[in-house]
Design a protein around this ligand. Structure first.
Ligand SMILES: [Zn+2]
Length: 739
């Protein structure tokens, strides 16, 4: 909240501003900026020495300094800072075509211009108001008054204006605003011409009022420009999604050049297309920091050129730095327009023009109103399925050259795995890949909880003696069925999510976390196979490899089931043979610990022929179902939530001794082969090339399965001829436990 008072008699102006803020997750001395000279300050209502709000250098170049509140404050604590200052031209980089102004002329008449700029430092709202850097979102409320003049003034703003009387306004900006949001000009009313009209937008269905202004001396036709704006707003909605900025669009045709605001612009007719589009990209989805400012200028310029130019990347071109990752950067780099739009033309080549535009529409819909970092865009585009996105960001956004020597990133397949690509041991229960129900530091796998956000986590290692990984991305995916064989890239990409990281030194490890959004977590009872890959320039996973054939790949095929005595569950597992040269004979092995008393394992298939090669006792599958009085939460898979699916729908329901309908629909007239009592039992089966089959792994507890204990059963598919294990699934049985 700030009060600006302009006094026509003295031709001076003063400000009284109060910010309420919450300290972030780390205790310390908060930062903010204000490019005016503070005369008086209060912290939490006590007087506070101005010297303890001084500027300190954060960057190496002018206008990258910030004020530090020299008071140690606890993490999460809430404070109020009030500052008073005389308004004057700000101590900012005063370059460019649209400058801040505070001028008086005869009348007395005021011309007051916020004059924000991307390309010049310290030129957002900090020029006039105490604010944080651009990532921070907050409402802004201004009380603006001109006293001691009879000349009527007008305000041009994208904020909501409430007239308080002659030359007195309250102006509010929404909670999603940040320091680059507010458009504000105050000018004598007789120096301005204004016209308004409305347009009904095609996607949002909103009627938006277009408010167009110009200096009276301007030759611009506001009627013609309003018609242009109508077309542009409708086009942008059709191409990228619903207009965000309530029901107004404000355009001030103030001369040459242009600057974008949320639902507004100061512009020339020539820049109107560009600046209007920025209400989608730049001030709809917004750069999370000024180092991220390249993507909105680049994509807007790509759009100015028709959003259809395709220029393939040439990796012999020198690296291009667009995103410095300097958190203290205070300007958009000037190559954002040229190199930035070329980057998007390269992306259009890689992903396809229409696909790229659709993806950017998705990005806009998902994040509109909120900050979006460069890494978030990389993760989003990579998740759509093209691994080369990582190479493109590496060289043409982060400005990194090809690593030499190359890094060797890997994820353990098994506690004993030493990092070789080819690994002969178990690989379907990676100790380096897990799920957490909260964004915490735990490293034990938790069952994904339906109906809430979960977090994928992977521990990534860079081998000793390899090169540094300056930039890498981990992809996370989950398949909603149990299967023994997964192949890169088809089973890994597209993926649910990905996480970009930087600077992993040789012999170092990093735990990488990514949000598993609640709407993508499968319903109760779905089995999930987690799949992760790590991609970095110079060390990509090789196509057509299995997890056990490449160290950049990992999987966790772990189902956790709670079982009571005298109950059973059946996990349907896909077993496949996708290799032409492969011998069709496989051993299906079931490994269990010696201590597994009272646990009976069998395989179920609809055809007796399936068990032809098996040296096992095969009989008709005649399950005994429990009384329907058992509470349904007694048996639950690891991915289980608590919201049951609608009755008679298979999706999200587990096959158990409680669900006769499910079991009998999936395995009608089926055959059951008892797995011999052995620590490593095997059953031979034939899977012809290019075939997959689905076998049910039945885990039954007898009445003797007493006492609470947990045991892990592994289902393994092994090629008989080569003895190579090609896939596996693990089931953790929690006996007699309730969770
Ligand atoms: Zn621009």
């Amino acid at each position: 909240m700030a009060v600006f008072t302009f006094d026509g008699s003295t031709e001076t102006a003063s400000a009284d501003a109060t910010i309420t803020y919450t300290v972030g997750p780390t205790a310390g001395n908060p930062i903010f900026d204000l490019r005016q000279d503070i005369t008086q300050a209060w912290l939490d209502s006590g007087l506070f020495p101005i010297a303890q709000l001084a500027h300190h250098n954060f960057g190496a170049v002018p206008f990258t300094d910030l004020r530090v509140i020299e008071a140690a404050q606890a993490a999460g604590s809430v404070h109020t800072l009030r500052v008073q200052y005389d308004l004057a031209l700000p101590n900012s980089q005063l370059e460019g075509s649209y400058l801040p102004a505070l001028e008086w002329s005869a009348g007395p008449k005021l011309r007051f211009v916020f004059g924000l700029s991307d390309l010049n430092r310290a030129r957002y709202a900090e020029a006039w108001l105490p604010v944080n850097m651009v990532f921070d979102q907050h409402s802004i409320n201004l009380d603006v008054q001109i006293i001691n003049t009879t000349a009527a003034h007008s305000v041009i703003t994208n904020g909501v204006v409430t007239n308080q009387g002659l030359n007195h306004w309250q102006i509010s900006f929404p909670a999603r605003s940040s320091s680059f949001s507010p458009l504000l000009e105050v000018r004598a009313a007789d120096t301005l011409a204004q016209q308004t009209d409305t347009v009904l937008l095609p996607v949002s269905g909103k009627t938006v009022t277009i408010e167009a202004w110009k200096p009276t001396s301007s030759m611009v036709s506001l009627t013609a420009q309003i018609n242009n704006i109508k077309t542009l707003l409708a086009d942008n909605e059709n191409d990228y999604g619903a207009y965000l900025h309530d029901d107004r669009f404000v355009a001030f045709f103030n001369g040459t050049g242009g600057m974008e605001y949320e639902g507004g612009t100061t512009t020339s007719p020539g820049a109107l297309l560009h600046e209007t589009f920025h209400s989608w990209f730049a001030r709809g989805v917004k750069p999370a920091s000024q180092a991220d400012g390249w993507w909105d200028e680049g994509f807007t310029t790509f759009h100015d050129d028709g959003a259809d130019d395709v220029i393939p990347f040439d990796f012999s071109d020198p690296p291009v730095l667009l995103c410095s990752r300097d958190p203290w950067q205070r300007h958009t780099p000037s190559n954002a327009y040229t190199d930035g739009s070329n980057f998007w033309k390269g992306m259009a080549s890689l992903l396809g023009v229409s696909n790229l535009n659709l993806l950017m529409g998705d990005l806009y819909d998902t994040h509109k109103g909120n900050p979006v970092s460069t890494q978030m865009i990389e993760e989003f585009l990579l998740s759509s399925g093209e691994a080369q996105v990582v190479d493109a960001f590496h060289r043409f956004v982060y400005g990194l050259s090809d690593p030499s020597p190359a890094p060797d990133l890997w994820i353990k397949d098994d506690p004993a795995h030493g990092g070789a690509d080819q690994w002969e041991g178990t690989f379907w229960d990676s100790p380096d890949l897990w799920v957490r129900n909260a964004d915490d530091e735990g490293t034990d796998h938790q069952s994904p909880e339906y109906g809430q956000d979960n977090w994928f986590q992977a521990r990534v290692r860079n081998k000793a003696g390899a090169g540094e990984a300056e930039h890498f991305v981990v992809t996370f995916h989950s398949r909603d069925f149990a299967s023994t064989q997964f192949i890169y890239p088809a089973d890994f990409l597209p993926c649910i999510t990905a996480k970009a990281e930087f600077d992993l030194a040789p012999n170092d490890t990093r735990i990488v976390k990514a949000l598993w959004p609640r709407e993508l977590v499968p319903p109760a009872g779905s089995h999930t196979c987690l799949l992760a890959s790590v991609i970095t320039r110079g060390d990509d996973p090789v196509a057509s490899r299995h997890v056990w054939e490449h160290n950049n790949l990992a999987q966790k095929n772990l189902t956790i089931v709670d079982l009571l005595p005298d109950t059973f569950m059946i996990l349907p597992i896909v077993i496949a043979n996708w290799r032409r040269e492969s011998d069709p004979m496989f051993d299906l092995e079931v490994w269990k610990p010696r201590t597994a008393a009272g646990v009976n394992l069998s395989l179920i298939h609809r055809s007796k022929e399936f068990f032809r090669s098996a040296k096992a006792e095969v009989k008709r599958f005649k399950p005994e179902f429990n009384k329907p009085t058992l509470p349904p939460e007694q048996i639950r898979l690891d991915c289980g939530g608590y919201i049951p699916g609608p009755p008679n729908v298979d999706k999200g329901r587990i096959m158990t001794s409680d669900t006769a309908d499910l079991v009998l629909r999936r395995f009608p007239d089926s055959w059951e082969a008892r797995i011999p009592e052995s620590v490593r039992a095997k059953i031979a089966v034939e899977i012809p090339p290019f075939t997959q089959k689905v076998v049910g792994l039945k885990v039954a507890l007898s009445a003797q399965a007493k006492g609470a204990q947990s045991l892990k059963v592994h289902f393994v598919q092994r090629q008989s001829a080569t003895q190579q294990i090609v896939g596996g699934v693990a089931v953790q049985v929690n006996m007699g436990m309730r969770t």
